[in-house]
Design a protein around this ligand. Structure first.
Ligand code: NAG
Ligand code: NAG
Ligand code: NAG
Ligand code: NAG
Ligand code: NAG
Ligand code: NAG
Ligand code: CU
Length: 679
């Protein structure tokens, strides 16, 4: 095979946090169980239990305190991708947010020195994420609370069948807040789908610092929706059931320590020297899966070319749209208030890790992950990730040529994608997150929404009985699926073939042909505009046709085009809440679909660091007001994919997956089709 004819091939090596501990972790690897244990020991020693309050420090967040990007990049570039890994990566540190004596403490721990580097008491608004440990205790409180027991007997219900659920309370303009969370309860008796059986009209407030019920309300009585027709467990359903899906291709990759590598495919050029790109896949209790250092090994240029320094879901904002007293406050920030990364372990089931053969194809490989529990102990999520190749039957490219005399040419290549999948279960909802790496260089992120709707009980069994707005859809007897939105805001630190990038809007503009030189009256042309400051890069999609490209202004193709990657947006949903409405002030980062900001290590969480009961004073919308320069700089693209969800009857009792995804697609990044020679 002619070396000059070799085409670029996509291959990603992936570093994972596997249960097998690596003696020398990649600096972006998540904390290992023994590192979490070390953090627990060091922090607990520094914050001893006070026997007056009898409150231990709660570990609300334990994560990697990432080294500075420049340190990572220089470490990476100064060392070849060889094993064993070079000996002097940047120091490993952990960042902890601990709730202690009603204050949020920020603690940085140096893992090699085994000591605390710094501590700080957070003074601003808002609270850290709720922990599963806290939720477990709080949701038990009603069961021994006398007024609640009275409410149950009034409804003829038995406390043994009650299942309580926590709801973050938001902020509605109060001057003072406490760390208050709302609790509402549901009834099991005969179904696993207790979400379908809310004990409507009853709610209470729990102060999470004192772990006490501080407010109680029993406002009205409506029928408890029936258990019948709500079940989803296969074992409880009558036949016939659907056949199992089957994938009969073997794996095209191997997992070796923290590295996932594609195995050579036929037609890859017979040369696997330097073959492979790199993706470090991290895991964080707040973000869930994190893709880092994704690069593409370009066989033509014979080097790794960086694409995505980091990508993850920074926030998932889910405001419900029922203005009644019990429901108006349901405006969740799932990442900042709960965390997308320990969703697998729900407080109810203790495990809903990926299920081989149904959550992932049969030949998938699985990897565990860990997070720190309330008391700092590492908790394993078995099978948190699965990795597999997807042959969905798509065509990578093709052409049939019939115009040449006596010849009939057909060339066609099947699409193949490497998928890294995780599932975050946030109480009733399940979010499937797929990061897909295509051989053509595209990186796609697809979310799937499934699970159980947030359901409200009501007197109605037929829409004819409904005289006023019910703020949702009657999906079953006495059961309303309440209207809501899902806004997924992604943090995308693209480093397109280098750190310094610019953001270019290529607007498509109609031109009228005025001189009559041709019979056409109009055509469109491209007018490109490079964003100079943050203000130039706030974009509401769909208003005017444009291509949004992150380019490296310092590099060009042989043809002279700027090397870039463009954003192909997924589902769009502009927020409909008024901008002065409190939830929207807190979620103001959804006011635009796209924002660009200069890289800043502290600007990572789009809704702010402390989101529970936050006031919107630490969101991207506020940071962006500084209108910083973003041209030819290390920049971060913030992109929101949105869904307005009007529930329908098919969503009951469990919702069929609703998917949406966006793509980061090479645009003048390669000299030509990089998968031309793939077979
Ligand atoms: C617990 O509190 C009592 C009285 O406040 C004090 O005398 C005692 O030393 C404390 N014990 C510990 C272990 O801190
Ligand atoms: C409630 O349920 C428990 C456990 O199933 C049972 O022992 C008890 O008798 C029930 N109480 C009432 C009032 O039905
Ligand atoms: C549970 O449901 C069954 C069947 O509907 C009913 O007979 C029973 O009383 C219920 N038990 C409780 C504790 O609600
Ligand atoms: C539901 O119907 C019952 C019985 O007719 C009535 O007592 C109750 O007030 C109704 N509740 C609501 C919220 O309309
Ligand atoms: C898994 O891959 C192997 C080849 O590596 C293949 O023989 C086998 O049939 C596959 N299994 C399934 C269930 O698809
Ligand atoms: C980085 O972000 C933080 C939080 O928004 C801000 O306080 C700080 O000034 C920023 N640093 C720079 C260099 O812009
Ligand atoms: Cu929904």
């Amino acid at each position: 095979m002619d070396a000059t004819m070799k085409v670029a091939l996509l291959s990603f090596l992936m570093h994972f946090w596997s249960s097998a501990e690596c003696s020398n972790p990649h600096p972006l690897d998540p904390l290992t169980p023994s590192e979490i244990n070390l953090v627990q020991t060091i922090v607990q020693k520094a914050y001893p239990t006070s026997n007056t309050t009898n409150h231990n420090l709660i570990f609300n967040y334990v994560g990697l305190d990432e080294p500075d990007k420049l340190e990572i990049l220089s470490w990476q570039s100064s060392n070849p991708k060889t094993k064993p890994k070079p000996s002097s990566p940047p120091p490993r540190r952990a960042f902890v947010i601990g709730r202690f004596q009603k204050q949020s403490h920020e603690i940085i721990v140096d893992l090699s020195k085994k000591s605390i580097v710094s501590t700080k008491v957070y003074q601003g608004n808002g609270y850290p994420p709720l922990t599963l440990g806290e939720i477990e205790v709080a949701t038990q409180l009603p069961l021994s609370y006398e007024p609640f027991k009275k409410s149950l007997s009034k409804r003829g219900l038995n406390v043994s069948e009650v299942q309580c659920v926590d709801f973050t309370f938001g902020w509605f303009g109060e001057a003072e807040t406490r760390r208050i969370v709302k609790i509402k309860c549901h009834y099991r008796n005969g179904t696993a789908n207790f979400y379908a059986r809310p004990v409507e009209g009853v709610e209470m407030l729990v102060d999470f610092d004192d772990m006490k019920i501080v407010g109680y309300n029993d406002r009205y009585v409506v029928p408890l929706p029936k258990a019948e027709g709500t079940e989803y467990r296969a074992s409880k359903l009558k036949p016939p059931s659907a056949p199992k899906l089957k994938q009969d291709d073997g794996p095209g990759f191997t997992i070796d320590d923290h590295t996932v590598r594609r195995v050579k495919n036929k037609g890859d050029g017979g040369d696997d020297e330097g073959y492979g790109g790199e993706v470090v896949d991290g895991y964080d209790s707040r973000a869930g899966p994190i893709i880092s250092l994704a690069s593409y090994y370009d066989l033509q240029k014979k080097k790794h070319r960086p694409v995505l320094y980091k990508g993850f879901i920074s926030e998932l904002f889910v405001p419900y749209q029922d203005p009644t007293e019990e429901w108006y406050d349901k405006t969740f920030f799932d990442s900042g208030e709960y965390g997308l990364g320990h969703g697998e372990i729900t407080r109810f089931s203790q495990q809903s890790s990926l299920q081989p053969f149904t959550d992932c194809p049969s030949n998938a490989s699985f990897i565990d992950a860990y997070y720190a529990s309330s008391d700092g102990t590492p908790v394993k999520i078995p099978n948190a990730f699965c990795i597999f190749q997807k042959y969905a039957g798509g065509i990578m490219w093709r052409h049939t040529e019939t115009a040449i005399p006596n010849q009939m040419i057909t060339e066609s290549r099947l699409e193949e994608t490497l998928v890294v999948r995780t599932v975050s279960t946030l109480a009733n909802y399940d979010y499937i997150t797929d990061w897909e790496f295509k051989r053509s260089g595209s990186i796609k992120s697809v979310v799937g929404l499934t699970g159980i709707l947030a359901l409200k009980a009501a007197n109605y069994t037929n829409t004819d009985e409904i005289k006023k707005d019910i703020y949702g859809t009657l999906v079953a007897d006495n059961t309303i699926g309440v209207n809501h939105d899902h806004f997924f805001t992604y943090y995308l630190d693209l480093d397109v073939d280098g750190v310094d990038n610019s953001f270019v809007k290529s607007n498509l503009e109609t031109v009228r042909v005025k001189d009559g030189s041709i019979p056409r009256k109009s055509y469109w042309r491209v007018v490109s505009e490079t964003a100079k400051t943050e203000g130039d890069a706030r974009i509401k999609l769909g208003l005017k046709p444009s291509e949004l490209v992150v380019v490296n202004p310092n590099k060009r193709t042989k043809q002279g085009n700027k090397i870039g990657y463009r954003l192909l947006p997924g589902p769009m949903a502009q927020p409909l809440s008024l901008s002065d409405d409190f939830p929207q002030i807190r979620g103001a980062f959804t006011n635009y679909d796209v924002w660009v900001s200069p890289y800043n290590k502290s600007e990572k969480w789009v809704a702010g660091s402390y989101v529970d009961r936050s006031r919107g004073d630490d969101t991207l919308a506020v940071w962006s007001e500084r209108d910083r320069k973003i041209e030819n700089k290390d920049i971060v693209l913030w992109y929101t994919m949105g869904f307005h969800h009007i529930p329908c009857q098919e969503d009951f009792p469990v919702m069929p997956t609703l998917s949406g995804g966006f793509e980061l697609r090479p645009t003048n990044f390669f000299e030509s089709n990089p998968v031309l020679k793939t077979t």
